[in-house]
Design a protein around this ligand. Structure first.
Ligand SMILES: Cc1cc2nc3c(=O)[nH]c(=O)nc-3n(C[C@H](O)[C@H](O)[C@H](O)COP(=O)(O)O)c2cc1C
Length: 216
């Protein structure tokens, strides 16, 4: 697949076919994740692939109430694209157990170099040694014709998840990624903010390009 096509069409997949994933395809996707950068090249990311049906059901059962609480607080205008997003994400939440594999992404806490931890705000840098690997995984899956969705709600019940999966002390959960063949294909192009809105030149708010670039 063309690299640009992969980037523009790797969306959050909400509808999956139950077909199992061939081991060689799964291995290829996980192999791509390994090449992501990490602070100091510490490589503290681990991937726990849950295929066991009972464990997938348990993860769904824990995910669902957290999702329901989240959605109950979400403000939705009728007919807004957000309403469709939430409806589709709701379907995914209810059917997570039917996705052939759920990848729990873990991080070895000692390997995370959070250079902003002393600032009086939420630390962001620690996650920077984890989520590049996640994005590599998502893109590699797309290139293999697989759908994925980066989710983090389950991290709220990390102690339970760790016990279920035998994850030792010193390891945190960073994401849970359903992965499988998509039941409704891929988006033609993801909806994102135009480049003019998100890129600045030399000072915050100052346009980077003289003439507006094509970015829709
Ligand atoms: C850090 C992060 C956490 C997310 N957590 C969840 C989640 O817990 N559940 C979920 O359904 N989607 C989750 N998402 C997926 C977003 O809803 C999705 O990326 C966004 O709506 C854009 O979707 P699109 O790429 O299909 O356009 C998460 C995305 C990110 C980047």
């Amino acid at each position: 697949m063309d690299f640009r096509d992969v980037i523009e069409t790797t969306g959050a997949c909400r509808f999956y076919r139950p077909d199992p994933l061939p081991d060689e395809v799964l291995a290829k996707v996980l192999d791509a994740a390994r090449y992501a950068p990490t602070g100091g090249n510490r490589q503290g990311v681990r991937f726990l692939v849950v295929r066991d049906a009972a464990k997938r059901r348990q993860l769904r059962d824990w995910y669902l109430p957290i999702w329901e609480q989240y959605i109950s607080r979400a403000t939705v205008k009728p007919d807004a694209p957000r309403a469709r997003l939430l409806e589709n994400a709701d379907h995914m939440a209810r059917h997570l157990d039917q996705v052939p594999a759920l990848i729990v992404v873990c991080a070895q806490l000692d390997d995370l170099l959070a250079t902003d931890r002393h600032l009086d705000r939420l630390s962001i840098v620690g996650g920077g040694s984890v989520y590049p690997a996640v994005q590599n995984l998502l893109l590699a899956a797309r290139a293999e014709g697989l759908g994925t969705a980066l989710t983090t709600l389950l991290c709220a019940v990390e102690p339970q998840v760790k016990e279920l999966l035998g994850i030792p002390d010193g390891i945190a959960t960073a994401a849970m990624i359903p992965i499988g063949y998509p039941a409704r294909g891929f988006p033609r192009k993801l909806t994102r903010r135009p480049i003019e809105e998100i890129c600045f030149g030399d000072a915050w708010g100052q346009p980077l390009f003289v003439r507006s670039a094509k970015s829709s």
